[in-house]
Design a protein around this ligand. Structure first.
Ligand code: SF4
Length: 261
């Protein structure tokens, strides 16, 4: 669910950014890193803008009589194919690496188990180089190989996100932007039957995760794709240092805003 942006950290300044979505104008405070920084340092700004873009969409939905049915303790959406930017993949990999050893091994084991199930199900090629592979329909032609078909097969496996515990997100303050943006207006129980019954989502006014992916490609040539969350750790092992190269923070922010529009 949406929540206010957190206070700016030391080494950041606050800029008032004017945003316009169709006929909606908003000026919001956005935390920006001072001087040189990495793309990871843009995450607080991206989250603040995403928060506002989601709030605008939720207000519009409510004004149309649509009520948000998401509720605490419902983790059905955390068994979907969650795709995130490489910037957020690296952020999650750093988060896991900073966990105490015992906790870290629990989380790493869940990532390994999830990947093992995808390989067994032929949604992931075990022979392809780690950090290069993605989830695909390995038996194209035999089954639905479209993006929606792959999403459906992933959901059928009911692989819980490695961070899901007791049907709640165990990394709530650090969860990816796409998780923050996700709100539905159909009955919550429909989400457990995704692809069988209708699930209406509220589309945010802007998708910051995708803007971050395009920014990473623009700045570091990563490719503008989104990564399945469960592949975050292996992507980071192969490519993580690329995102740690510092650049002028102002230029990075301007690049992200350019990719947003
Ligand atoms: S990061 Fe959290 S909210 Fe996002 S899919 Fe995983 S458990 Fe769910």
């Amino acid at each position: 669910m949406s929540e206010p942006a957190s206070k700016p950290a030391a080494g950041t300044l606050t800029a008032n950014i004017h945003l316009r979505w169709e006929d909606v104008d908003r000026t919001i405070p956005v935390p920006l890193p001072r001087g040189d920084c990495t793309l990871l340092d843009l995450l607080p700004a991206a989250r603040a803008i995403s928060h506002e873009a989601t709030a605008v969409a939720l207000e519009q939905a409510r004004s149309q009589g649509r009520e948000i049915s998401c509720r605490a303790g419902c983790g059905a959406c955390c068994r979907q194919l969650v795709a995130i930017s490489v910037v957020e993949s690296q952020s999650l990999a750093d988060l896991v690496a900073a966990m105490p050893p015992e906790r870290q091994s629990v989380i790493r084991r869940r990532f390994t188990d999830a990947i093992g199930r995808l390989e067994e199900s032929e949604l992931l090629d075990p022979h392809e180089a780690k950090g290069e592979r993605s989830i695909v329909a390995a038996d194209q032609g035999a089954r639905d190989a479209t993006l929606q078909g792959v999403g459906r097969r992933y959901f059928e496996l009911q692989i819980a996100c490695p961070f899901l515990e007791n049907e709640s997100c165990s990394i709530h303050p650090d969860r990816p932007i796409v998780c923050r943006e996700h709100h539905v207006t159909t009955p919550a129980e429909n989400c457990a039957k995704l692809y069988q019954v209708n699930v209406d989502r509220v589309e945010p006014a802007a998708r910051l995760g995708e803007a971050l992916a395009r920014t990473a490609d623009h700045v570091h040539g990563t490719g503008a794709f989104m990564i399945p969350l469960v592949l975050s750790l292996e992507w980071s092992e192969a490519h993580g240092p690329l995102l740690k190269k510092p650049q002028d923070g102002k230029v990075l922010f301007q690049t992200m805003m350019g990719e947003l529009t």
